[in-house]
Ligand binder design. Structure first.
Ligand code: XMP
Length: 506
């Protein structure tokens, strides 16, 4: 397949996904992976990704120059172009102003990478430094305001300053296809049906006659992992589902129906809502609530798993972006909120991990899920935070507020499905404010809570915009919540984007 060396660009997972969409295997590995390890993968091509570093900086992120002498095609993107230039004897200078956004690309001398691309097209730029002189043996193929595409076709080295993987680069797909299928001639053997067969065989082989437990949350990743493991080893798998009491309305019942009854999986349902609620009494700080919920989850899961003392494996729904993040050179990005992804493993548990989705991107996990027979609406579910409604009830949490919020949230989600809007947005939910305001119902004055309807559109959850719903839709949601949910007499719609707001309210 194609190996992508990760220099920290926010877009590099996108490159891998674009390549996999062509049914070619692609993986993202740290830029400082030793050359022999890279070569051991027998890549058909190597991509040097973008990244925030500067080749002229003291601790610049570099690679072994020998990489260019392996008879393996190389594509340098953004920082990857500057790096190639720098290592092979050209010059990179600090840009005067930097460039961010769309630019017009003009091709003066096409090459195999740009074959079939219009002479003028729009590309996406995001850089500060720029190539000033190209290395010996290289040709300048195209320009924007700066040198934007160079190549040494004899050595099959292609570089671009812009980002062909970003959708704003109009003819990017053709360029990536040129590189992957024509220049590298990479084999097209990345098919998800093969993946299922291969993984089922691997799980069988690895697990043998042993027992496996899995923390099922009802979310996409743990559910697909569960169905996949179940397909391999059937009743040797037991799922543990912890009802924290902070889940969406009827979540536990639905999980039993969807996975217990439909797929005949063994599910150990633990109702721990009282424990969670009593631990949350008097706690109103968001981070403190996260800690309480996270710790309690680990405690419950740990206790419960002792019932399955003989289990040798713990299966988890770890997916490829988690793996890439954990090995990234960027290091842990600034922690704004502590994310305890409930479903995590109590560290002292001595079990072997089984992570059947660790090679897959989210969209691939969804495809695998559908292939396994999980209904479409379940594999398309939005992410749901580990602390659940605990961070969607602002301030102190109690049972009454949970009930009120569950009802309101359920109405909003139901209306999203009914109006075919659910899949148009990335995450949607209702927040309950501990603020009461005056209203009137019939002849009666009411004094009740305020609900906030929140919906965000995002690709990476790092930045997001609020969803621009039709007024009529919001009106329906508001009317239904106020009329059907006792305890709420006012509904507001959150029109903040991230940053500076966050998606959640806590
Ligand atoms: P924010 O609110 O930071 O959320 O914009 C970004 C994404 O992260 C989710 N989120 C969490 N997920 N535990 C989780 O498992 C948490 O404590 C947590 N806090 C936020 C949020 O739902 C959104 O998808």
């Amino acid at each position: 397949g194609i190996v992508i060396l990760d220099f920290g660009s926010q877009y590099n997972q996108l490159i891998a996904r674009r390549i996999r969409e062509m049914e070619v295997y692609s993986e993202v590995i740290p830029y400082n992976t030793p050359l022999d390890e890279i070569l051991a993968k027998e890549p058909a091509g190597i991509v040097l990704s973008g990244g925030p570093s500067s080749v002229n900086a003291e601790n610049a992120h570099l690679v072994d120059k020998a990489l260019f002498e392996q008879n393996i095609p190389v594509l340098g993107i953004c920082y990857g172009m500057q790096l190639t230039t720098h290592l092979l004897g050209g010059q990179v200078k600090k840009g005067v102003k930097g460039e961010y956004g769309k630019a017009k690309l003009q091709i003066d001398k096409s090459n195999e990478f740009l074959a079939g691309v219009s002479r003028f097209s729009t590309v996406w730029m995001s850089h500060f430094d720029e190539v000033q002189t190209v290395p010996a043996g290289f040709t300048i193929n195209a320009t924007t305001d700066v040198i934007s595409a160079i190549s040494n076709e004899e050595k099959k080295i292609y570089c671009v300053q812009f980002h062909p993987e970003v959708s704003h680069t109009e003819e990017g797909p053709r360029m990536i296809e040129n590189f992957v299928l024509k220049i590298c001639q990479a084999p097209r053997n990345w098919k998800l049906t093969n993946y299922i067969e291969k993984t089922v065989a691997e799980i069988k082989e690895k697990v043998g006659n042993e027992k496996v437990i899995l923390g099922l949350s009802g979310g996409v990743d743990s559910s697909v992992a569960a169905v996949l493991v179940h397909k391999a080893i059937g009743d040797q798998l037991t799922c543990i589902f912890v009802d924290t009491g902070l889940l969406r309305k009827d979540e536990g019942r639905k999980v039993m129906e969807n996975y217990g009854e439909h797929f005949h999986m063994k599910i150990d349902m633990v109702d721990a809502s009282e424990r969670f609620l009593s631990k949350l009494k008097g706690v109103s700080d968001p981070e403190a609530k996260r800690k309480v919920i996270g710790n309690e989850f680990v405690a419950v899961f740990d206790e419960e798993s002792h019932k399955f003392e003989g289990a040798k494996f713990l299966a988890q729904g770890t997916i490829y972006p988690d793996v890439i993040e954990s090995q990234s050179v960027k290091g842990p990005s600034a922690v704004i909120k502590s994310h305890h992804n409930v479903g995590g493993l109590p560290e002292e548990m001595k079990m072997e991990l089984l992570e059947p989705l660790r090679e897959l991107f989210k969209d691939e996990v969804r495809k695998v899920g559908e292939e396994l027979g999980i209904p479409h609406h379940l594999v398309m579910r939005h992410p749901f935070p580990g602390p659940g409604l605990g961070i969607r009830i602002l301030g102190e949490v109690d049972e009454e507020k949970v009930k009120i919020l569950q009802e309101a949230d359920d109405i909003f989600i139901e209306e999203l499905y009914k109006n075919n809007l659910y899949e148009q947005v990335s995450q949607a939910f209702v927040v309950l404010l501990p603020v009461k305001s005056v209203g009137v119902m019939g002849d009666e004055r009411t004094y009740e809570y305020t609900a906030v309807v929140r919906s965000a559109n995002t690709i990476d959850f790092m930045t997001a915009t609020f969803s621009k719903f039709p007024w009529e839709f919001l009106e329906t949601v508001s009317n239904r919540i106020i009329n059907e949910v006792r305890g709420i007499n006012r509904v507001a719609y959150d029109i903040s984007s991230k940053p500076p707001a966050t998606i959640e309210w806590e």
